[in-house]
Design a protein around this ligand. Sequence first.
Ligand code: IPM
Ligand code: MG
Length: 363
Amino acid sequence: MECRIGVISGDGIGPEIIAEAKKVLNKIGETCGHTFHYEDILMGGCSIDATGEPLTEEAIAAAKASDAVLMGSIGGNTSTSPWYRLPPEKRPEAGLLRLRKSLNLFANLRPAYLYEELKAACPLKEEVIGDGFDMMIMRELTGGLYFGERRTEETDGVLTATDTLTYNEHEIRRIAKRGFDIAMKRRKKVTSVDKANVLDSSRLWRRVVEEVAKDYPQVSYEHMLVDNCAMQLVRDPGQFDVILTENMFGDILSDEASMVTGSIGMLASASLNDTKFGLYEPSGGSAPDIAGKGIANPIATILSAAMMLRYTFDLDAEAEAIESAVKQVLREGYRTIDLMPQEAAGVTQVGTAEMGDLIAARV
Ligand code: IPM
Ligand code: MG
């Protein structure tokens, strides 16, 4: 198969983790007879430095012309980087939001799974972890507070900032259907998360989710308030199968879920529209504090590449080969520094490139 992949290495640890994902993909290509064509696309701080814009029209066109986009991470230190002295629409994150919107990537899938081997890195007590957990966070990605009208104005010497949270029923329906579709392929349970005790947008969310649920009689579903969900994630993460939620809640809950898997460096993600196209990226950020040190965990990016093979290219066996190579490397005791338990008996600490080599060698 010929696959045209747009590659956004981005900023911080982005280029380092992307290099390892390409290493693993190339190994898959050799072994299974696929050709991966990569086209570099600029986005984020590096694009600001080169062009003055976090995302140019050419970059959007290049992304649209690809079958899929694999991304590292964008952005820098928000207190010290000169990128954050620019107006908000010129900052690195604005590029990512614009790309999500331009490509209509409304469905963001973030799987959070506890590897048996990483129980020691999980911050929860053993009795809470129980048999582990395996959940899929389905986050709406092109609506809500992220894309509502916003402004800051001064009246009588007082500054007031406004952000608006808007959802229409179509936006809710399409993401809810995706959530229930995914649940049908999993353990058939949806937890729809909202703040319906306060917000109108959440009350509409609930109504539409209830309508959609009628078409999926085999799926059991429940509504959960977002504050309770944040608590349940650390009280009993094993209760969740699919968490279906809006943009901002999903942003926050997915970071929390990733931390209970042991490290944010393990969490892959896929952002999908109505076609086979997808943007695949680790859920973690650009980690400017460790950039260039060769210690970042490339696993989330490698697992994002596996999601790309599965969702865009329908290469399920190849995706599984990557996922089991990751498991094997963990089983053999190799860890990047973020996954090292306090007492490290029987585990070997490795750097970014070595982790990529180990995984590539096992696919
Ligand atoms: C994420 C990130 C982004 C988001 C930032 C970089 C804009 O935190 O993908 O979760 O908030 O969506
Ligand atoms: Mg986030």
